[in-house]
Structure formats: C-alpha cells, structure tokens
Design a protein around this ligand. Structure first.
Ligand code: HEC
Ligand code: HEC
Length: 354
C-alpha cells in the first residue's frame, strides 16, 4: 500500500528563538501508516511523532506488524549468540533508550569491545551507523553484531539452522514474508523494521516545541538558551530534531586517541579521533557517555566547559566556555527534558518472552 500522510501545517511563533527558525513551520502529522496490511491488526507500529517527517523506508522492506513482531522477537532472542546467552537487547536495553548502561559492552564469553553501545531512538532517520559511520543501512547494520566475535560471535549458517529448527520461527517468517524460509536477509529486514519504529518525540522539550510554554521548567528554558546560544554553541553539532548534524568531530577527549574513529573508515589523518555526533534524545537515561563510555553527564559538561584536550583535529568550537555552575545546572535541566517516558515504556517494544 502506498504511504499516506495527512499533514496540517501550523506556523508557530516561539518568541525570541531564532534558532527555531527551521522548526517554525511545524507540520503536525497524524501517524503515518506504512503497511502491506498482511496482518489483521489495524494501524502501523511506525508512529511518527507530531512535527517529525516520516522516516525513509526502503521500497523492498515496508513496515508491517508481522515483520515488526518477528523483528521484536529476534531482537530479544538469545539464540542469536553462539553461546545462547546474549541478544541484541542485552546491549540495547529499552529502559536505557536502547543502549547499554555499562561503559563498554560485554559480548559473549565476557569479551569486551572498546566502544559504548549507542542509543537507538530515531535511528530510522540516520544514514550512517556506528560511532565511525561504517554501516549505511539498518538492514546492513543488523548483520554486523551477529558476526562480530566481540559481540554475538555467531556463524550465520548456524543461526539460520537454529531458527529453522525452532518451533515458533518458521511460522512467524511465513506471516512476515509469505513463506517459512529463514534467511539472513529476512532476519536483517525484520530486525531493521523493529528498530525503524523506535521513534521518540514525546519529551517535555517536544511539548514545548509544539507550543506548550509551560512544558519546560525555568531552569530548562535557561539551559535551552545556553545550548543554542553563542556562548556554548552546542547545537552547532547537536542540531535538528534529533540533536545531531550527522557529522564527525573530535571534541578533544584525548590528546592522543587510541581509537582513531572515523579515520578507521576513511584512512585520512584529518579524520583521526572524530566520531559521529550522537543524538541527545533520552540522554539522561543513556549514560555513561562518549564513544568509549568514559564520562558521567557532569563530566561531559565539565569537559565542554574546560575546552577538552587539544589535538590537531579538534573542532574549533570546543574551547573553554566559562559557564558558571548555575549555567551547567541549567544545561543539565534542559538535557533532562529530552526524556520521553512514553517511548521508554512502550509496551510493544518490550521483551515478548517475558
Ligand atoms: C555485546 C554488545 C552488543 C550486542 C549483543 C549488540 N550490540 Fe549493537 N552496538 C553495540 C556497540 C558497542 C555499538 C557501537 C559499535 C561501534 O560504533 O563500533 C553498537 C551499535 C549498534 C547500532 C548502531 C547505532 C548507531 O546509532 O550508530 C545498531 C543499530 C545496533 N547496534 C543494533 C544491534 C542489533 C540489531 C543487535 C543484534 C543483532 C545488536 N546491536 C547487538 C553493542 C552491542
Ligand atoms: C563540534 C561539535 C560538538 C559540539 C559543539 C558539542 N558537541 Fe556534544 N558531542 C559531539 C560529538 C562528536 C560527541 C561524541 C564524541 C566522542 O564520543 O568522541 C559528543 C558527545 C556528547 C554527549 C555524550 C552523548 C552520548 O550519548 O555519549 C553529550 C551529553 C553532549 N555531547 C552534549 C553537548 C553539550 C551540552 C554541548 C555544548 C556545551 C555539546 N555537546 C557541544 C559533538 C559536539
């Protein structure tokens, strides 16, 4: 079925906030429906928040309830790991905005990677995945951790055989894809469909953005002005509805980075120590922070206030900011306003096996 959206454009004047220019014409869309309707269930699991555009959906992987429900099971399925002990959700926990509350994630047999697991809210809008942007579609991305010896460490032939032999999966694949065949491509499509529906736009900040001036505390409003103002310039990089410019920057976490970041992909010295700007949606729940999980939120703010450690690729916007303790508290209050509790508690995102 073709995508249909009903959008009403409302122009909202939010006084004295020039940074909001791009948001002034907010189209308040009713939830768009992307569906092949091969399930009796009405509506769509893809619930687009008011003012958000419909995310791009690949033509060969339309969102349906059946694919979503299969993807949900696979996301929480421990047979995904060679040891049958870990699932995607082990490192991407709903209560933490689909990230891991450990500094770096521990994969099978206690093996540790070097990176912090990113939050997955609103990844439907992204075109580059992982801290260094090495994957480009959610379908492509889903295969990575299965094979990664530090994560799920699973041979794909074994995984396909396990799911084919499982009493519940062949029927679920048939509902989602028309026949019982379990393939890696279908696994990737189902997981990507589930993840694509992780749309978060119901925070206090979103209510404020939609015109409810009482949705933010006075401190959070002050924090918002600091975040967007010329003193801190946070939104030069953490921009747009998703608080990311989708670009790579070195914020000067180190003088010498052990992890080359983007340079691992491009092999350019000028990309050394640069990482993809993370979204700040639900940021209060997604700690510890940075690509290697080295900081608490207070430490992140201190890091920016001090200007970081100089290195040749460090972004020039990262410099001592001279923010007072009150300013930092206000910034934090603003960051807290990005928590979307309805998203973090959405029933059909939860573990279906519990
Ligand atoms: C052992 C922990 C672990 C497991 C298991 C795991 N992940 Fe991840 N995930 C990570 C880490 C760490 C990263 C960041 C890696 C990097 O940047 O190199 C990541 C990155 C991602 C990203 C990219 C997010 C972004 O914004 O760039 C997605 C999507 C994702 N994982 C989905 C999955 C799926 C789907 C599964 C199951 C098939 C899975 N993960 C299993 C730890 C894990
Ligand atoms: C030059 C671009 C840039 C500017 C300016 C900037 N950031 Fe960041 N921010 C990033 C990048 C890139 C990272 C990830 C860096 C890394 O892990 O190496 C990051 C990480 C973060 C994180 C950790 C998020 C997570 O999930 O790990 C927070 C919180 C944050 N920034 C808040 C802010 C605030 C508040 C400001 C303003 C004081 C700010 N940023 C200014 C680019 C920027």
């Amino acid at each position: 079925m073709k995508l249909r959206t009903k959008c009403v454009s409302t122009t909202m004047a939010i006084a004295a906030m020039s940074v909001f220019a791009a948001l002034l014409a907010i189209s308040s869309c009713q939830s768009s429906v992307e569906s092949q309707q091969n399930s009796a269930r009405p509506g769509s699991p893809l619930i687009v928040p008011a003012g958000f555009p419909t995310p791009p959906i690949p033509a060969d992987n339309r969102v349906t309830w059946d694919k979503f429900e299969l993807g949900r099971r696979l996301f929480y399925e421990k047979q995904f790991s060679s040891t049958n002990t870990l699932a995607c959700a082990s490192c991407h926990s709903l209560a933490a905005g689909f990230c891991d509350t450990n500094r770096v994630s521990t994969g099978i047999l206690g093996r540790r990677g070097a990176r912090n697991s990113p939050a997955l809210a609103n990844i439907a809008y992204d075109t580059a995945f992982f801290w260094d942007g090495r994957a480009h579609t959610l379908e492509e991305q889903a295969i990575g951790p299965i094979l990664n010896p530090l994560e799920l460490g699973q041979d794909t032939t074994v995984l396909v055989a396990k799911l084919t032999a499982d009493p519940k999966y062949p029927a679920l694949f048939a509902k989602a894809f028309g026949d019982e065949r379990v393939t890696m491509s279908r696994i990737a499509k189902a997981i990507a469909t589930f993840e694509r529906c992780f749309l978060s736009g119901g925070s206090a900040y979103d209510r404020y953005r939609s015109g409810d001036s009482n949705a933010l505390t006075i401190s959070a409003k002050r924090g918002f002005s600091i975040f967007t103002g010329s003193k801190a310039h946070c939104n030069s990089c953490h921009s747009g509805l998703n608080f990311t410019d989708n670009q790579y920057h070195s914020t000067g976490l180190f003088s010498f980075y052990v992890d080359g970041g983007r340079a691992n992909v491009t092999h350019l010295g000028s990309d050394y120590g640069k990482f993809l700007t993370p979204s700040l949606r639900n940021v209060m729940m997604t700690g510890p922070y940075e690509h290697n999980g080295r900081f608490t939120l207070d430490e992140v703010l201190q890091h920016y206030n001090m200007g970081g450690k100089h290195n040749s690729t460090q972004d020039t916007l990262i410099r001592p900011l001279d923010l007072s303790d009150n300013d930092l508290q206000d910034l934090k209050a603003f960051l807290f306003s990005l928590t979307d509790t309805a998203f973090l508690r959405r029933a059909d995102f939860k573990n279906p096996f519990e």
